[in-house]
Design a protein around this ligand. Structure first.
Ligand code: HEM
Ligand code: HEM
Length: 182
């Protein structure tokens, strides 16, 4: 298995990419917890809508930050894998990062679409966003089913991602984790 060039050893992600990675990671983990928590609140509880509106607002915010991050990623490619990482491992990391990006886009998009086909629409911290969709129970439920499925895939991918990061710190003791620190 051929290793990657030594020139790739000392680099790290750029500061904006690092800041966006940690901010978005925090938001997504919070949103997953909030999503499952609020879905269990009975409809009869008066404060239920507060959680739903908070989830929608933070979800739209996360979606905007994710688009910003993708834009940054396209303009400034990430550093090459460090020396000592075999090509199959580097390829596996590339694939898992690609799938994480896919979930990062699809999760807020399906939530937004589902809520848009709801009579309540989407409010961003109290401000009603333009309403372009109509009330459609079938589409609302379809997009929500995707939203729920993607959440499960997302959790599995995040778990693998965090375990891989821990392996780099505790077992391999290489520089991978440091590349995502300022
Ligand atoms: C990073 C973004 C997001 C994450 C991680 C996320 C995660 C989740 C999760 C885990 C659930 C619970 C699923 C279940 O019960 O099986 C959920 C439900 C929900 N999400 Fe999101 N979500 C995100 C963005 C959004 C956005 C942008 C909207 C709308 C603008 C939205 C609207 C909803 C709604 C309305 C539900 C509740 C469905 C119900 O129980 O009736 N989500 N979300
Ligand atoms: C919701 C949570 C998270 C998501 C969606 C996420 C997503 C990503 C993505 C897409 C990348 C690749 C960046 C790129 O090449 O553009 C990445 C890199 C990285 N993430 Fe996360 N991440 C999350 C949480 C975490 C956590 C909790 C840790 C640490 C325990 C972590 C550690 C890292 C490290 C060290 C890298 C750099 C890997 C490298 O140098 O190739 N991430 N993350």
């Amino acid at each position: 298995m051929s290793a990657l060039p030594a020139s790739a050893d000392k680099v790290r992600y750029a500061l904006p990419a690092i800041a966006l990675h940690w901010l978005i990671a925090l938001l997504i983990i919070g949103m997953l917890c909030l999503g499952y928590y609020m879905a269990d609140i009975p409809k009869s509880i008066p404060g239920r809508a507060v959680y739903f509106n908070l989830h929608k607002s933070l979800g739209v915010l996360a979606g905007a930050l994710i688009l910003l991050r993708l834009g940054w990623r396209l303009a400034y490619p990430p550093p090459a894998p460090p020396r000592g990482i075999s090509r199959p491992m580097a390829r596996a990391a590339q694939w898992s990062h690609g799938l994480l990006y896919l979930c990062m886009v699809l999760q807020p998009a399906t939530g937004y679409l589902s809520s848009s086909f709801n009579k309540y629409g989407v409010r961003l911290f109290g401000l009603a966003l333009p309403k372009w969709a109509w009330e459609d129970k079938h589409l609302r439920e379809l997009f929500m089913a995707y939203h729920q499925l993607i959440a499960i895939a997302f959790i599995a991918l995040i778990a693998i991602h965090v375990l891989a990061a821990c392996k780099h710190v505790l077992i391999d003791r290489d520089r991978i984790f440091g590349r995502m620190l300022p």
